[in-house]
Design a protein around this ligand. Structure first.
Ligand code: NAD
Length: 366
């Protein structure tokens, strides 16, 4: 019986609530598909600060390193907001985790089912068939990691802060491999987003994308767009994109815009893949919902578990090569969310929706 070895890092607030539901789905999937779940839970984020004094303890890193994939919840929240910025859960756990495993390729599907177009702030006439696009975000370079990154007091007493945006050609090329593969599996359309009219890193980005695609992906329709225009175009006509690829900070912002036009943070999953291969020769990856810890609804049993369950499906697809099983989970989520009278409520995690009931509906549709 094939064994699925993964680390479970649930995190804070709704993290453990939705993680419990994803594990419940995986248990059923494993039973029906004759798979063995071999997962180890480890502390991360605020929970790890409380227990071990660090947001990303060495013991957690070891458990992750021994696994084939990481299923991640979300970290942070008001309880730890008074800590110095460098010690806050998101900065001290998620960013180092991405860096440690070189998880440079973030794949975020932006999916809004046709039946739920009402959930989007966009007019239904603009998205009659819902939304189905993919954001590929470079995750370990650019402004979030470049050095120097510091705040200094100048001789005249003024205070200055510096962040540095750095990209190497090789970093751009490796994210393109993921972007090209994703575009090829869909409509063979790739839009690269940059700010080449202003930024040196973007000039290099655009030239590298153009040259690399000409050589390695002449079958794709490649386009380029400035990030400010892309932000507008996403709100105007999101489906003009099929797959877009962009650097770290632009991707951070655009993927959140994508989340809002898709109606609910509670529905969006993501995969962050690294250079390393796992024991199955497949990409080692970290799989997490697009949203945060939602402290405002934590403990009420109303968090939407779909994003976490869909993240588990992505894990089965990319890190375990179980494409058919992943597709079946995605179909079960779609059916559960779009059938019945509670669909809009379910998508938004309103109080009338019980987290467990949503999972039960997904399980019954698997
Ligand atoms: P958030 O994503 O946690 O919540 C924004 C809104 O969306 C809230 O109203 C919340 O109730 C709702 N929401 C989010 N997920 C939901 C779900 N599954 N079901 C139903 N509703 C859901 O963003 P925030 O409030 O800005 O951040 C809260 C905390 O989460 C902060 O500490 C932040 O740093 C952290 N955060 C962590 C991650 C991560 O771990 N990857 C990402 C983003 C934010």
């Amino acid at each position: 019986m094939p064994s699925l070895k993964f680390a479970v890092l649930a995190g804070d607030y709704i993290g453990p609530e939705v993680m419990a539901e994803a594990l419940r789905v995986l248990q059923v999937v494993a039973q029906r598909e004759n798979l063995r779940l071999d997962y180890t839970e480890a502390a991360v984020g605020g929970a790890a600060i409380d227990r071990h004094g660090s947001a990303l303890p060495e013991s957690t890193l070891k458990i992750c390193a021994a696994a084939d994939a990481i299923l991640f919840g979300s970290v942070g929240g008001p309880k730890w907001e008074k800590l110095p910025p460098k010690e806050q859960p998101e900065r001290a756990a998620l960013l180092p985790l991405r860096k440690h495993f070189t998880l440079f390729a973030n794949i975020r599907p932006g999916l809004l089912y046709r039946e739920l177009t009402d959930a989007s702030p966009l007019k239904t006439a603009r998205i009659p068939d819902g939304i189905d696009i993919v954001c590929i975000r470079e995750l370990t370079g650019g402004l979030y990691f470049g050095k120097p990154k510091e705040t200094t007091t100048l001789p005249d007493g003024d205070v200055q802060a510096v962040d540095t945006m750095v990209y190497r050609k090789s970093e751009i090329e490796r994210i393109l491999v993921t972007a090209i593969a994703t575009a090829r599996a869909r409509k063979k359309k790739l839009c690269s987003i940059d700010k080449a009219n202003v930024l040196e890193t973007s000039v290099l980005w655009r030239k590298t994308v153009t040259d690399y695609c000409a050589q390695h992906a002449p079958d794709l329709v490649l386009s380029h767009m400035y990030v400010d225009n892309a932000a507008m175009q996403l709100a105007r006509d999101p489906n003009q994109f099929d797959v877009f690829v962009t650097e770290n900070m632009f991707g951070d912002i655009l993927s959140d815009e994508m989340a809002v036009i898709c109606g609910s943070l509670g529905m969006l999953s993501s995969a962050s893949l690294g250079a390393g291969k796992n024991s199955r020769g497949l990409p080692f990856g970290l799989y997490e919902p697009a949203g945060g810890t939602a402290p405002d609804i934590a403990g009420k049993g109303i968090a939407n578990p779909c994003a976490q369950i869909l993240s588990a499906a992505l894990m089965l697809r990319y890190s375990f090569g179980l494409e058919t099983v992943a597709t079946r989970i995605e179909a079960a989520v779609k059916k559960a969310v779009t059938s019945g009278t509670r669909t809009g409520d379910i998508a938004f995690g309103k109080p009338s929706v019980a987290t467990r009931a949503m999972t039960d509906a997904i399980i019954s549709n698997f």
